[in-house]
Design a binder for this molecule. Structure first.
Ligand SMILES: Nc1ncnc2c1ncn2[C@@H]1O[C@H](COP(=O)(O)OP(=O)(O)OP(=O)(O)O)[C@@H](O)[C@H]1O
Ligand SMILES: [Mg+2]
Length: 258
């Protein structure tokens, strides 16, 4: 971890603590993510993943430390980060179509861009096509499967046209084929230069999915190469005694040896 402040990093987190009434959710968390890297964020329930994402997105006040986005204070991040939270805030009682939900990603910038003649429609269409949801654009989001819904939220994040994407529990309730579809989409986006953080509980095939893994259980237990971070000590720090069993099981390589 370097203390150097540089624009080559998308995200820099320095000694961040977040305290709730009776809980220290983040304890001296420091790490840096270079631009254009796809990072998996793993850790136990209550390990602080969502708190970390909320802090990076500027939605959670940090008790101590600092967060920089492209070398600039995260207090001034409007338009730099798209965030798909763990629990969606969309009011599902409204009959929102797929296209409506993606359009929500354009709201904050609509007025300025429309003045210059940019078409939101084209960006919404491109975003839906990238995640293979254009053909479902008129469907009600309530009627979608979990994987389709997840793709819709990713399209909404894309429509915001930011460099950084934060996806909290992107795979919960999503089947394996759809997970692979989502990963393919995210890898393409990363190849276009986006920096992406995904919190996940799925520890399979991490090295195929991510460039880097951040292991967090209130503090950072490890950060780096998915094939190297899961030492027995790290697994015990993350998951207690049960973690060691994962280690014996050769984590991250459940792909039938191919
Ligand atoms: N708004 C809040 N008020 C009080 N405590 C909170 C709040 N948000 C989170 N916490 C506490 O902070 C700790 C970290 O929670 P967080 O949701 O960040 O964990 P997580 O890693 O995202 O867990 P999960 O895997 O279950 O989603 C937990 O102990 C939680 O109870
Ligand atoms: Mg969470």
């Amino acid at each position: 971890m370097t203390n150097e402040i540089t624009k080559n990093y998308s995200i820099q987190v320095f000694d961040v603590c977040v305290e709730f009434e009776n809980t220290l959710a983040l304890d001296n968390v420091s790490f840096s993510v270079p631009k254009g890297v796809l990072t998996g964020v793993v850790g136990p329930n209550g390990g602080g993943k969502s708190t970390l994402f909320n802090s990076i997105a500027g939605l959670q006040k940090i008790t101590h430390g600092k967060i920089l986005i492209n070398g600039i204070s995260s207090k001034n991040i409007k338009g730099k980060i798209s965030y798909v939270p763990q629990r969606e805030q969309v009011n599902w009682r409204f009959p929102l179509s797929v296209k409506d939900v993606v359009s929500l990603g354009r709201i904050w910038r609509g007025n300025i861009l429309q003045k210059f003649g940019f078409s939101d429609d084209q960006i919404i269409k491109d975003s839906l096509k990238k995640v293979d949801m254009w053909q479902y654009r008129k469907d009600l989001v309530n009627n979608l499967s979990g994987g389709q819904r997840q793709r819709t939220f990713i399209a909404r994040a894309l429509a915001q046209e930011t460099e950084i994407l934060l996806l909290d529990e992107a795979f919960s309730g999503v089947d394996v084929a759809s997970q692979d579809g989502v990963i393919d989409i995210l890898r393409n986006l990363k190849n276009e230069g986006k920096t992406i953080l995904i919190a996940t509980h799925d520890l399979n095939n991490l090295s195929e999915r991510f460039d880097s893994v951040l292991c967090i259980n209130r503090h950072i237990c490890a950060h780096g190469d998915p094939e190297k971070v899961f030492t027995p000590e790290v697994l015990t720090e993350l998951y207690g005694a049960h973690g060691e069993k994962f280690a014996e099981h050769n984590i991250g390589s459940h792909n039938n040896g191919d």
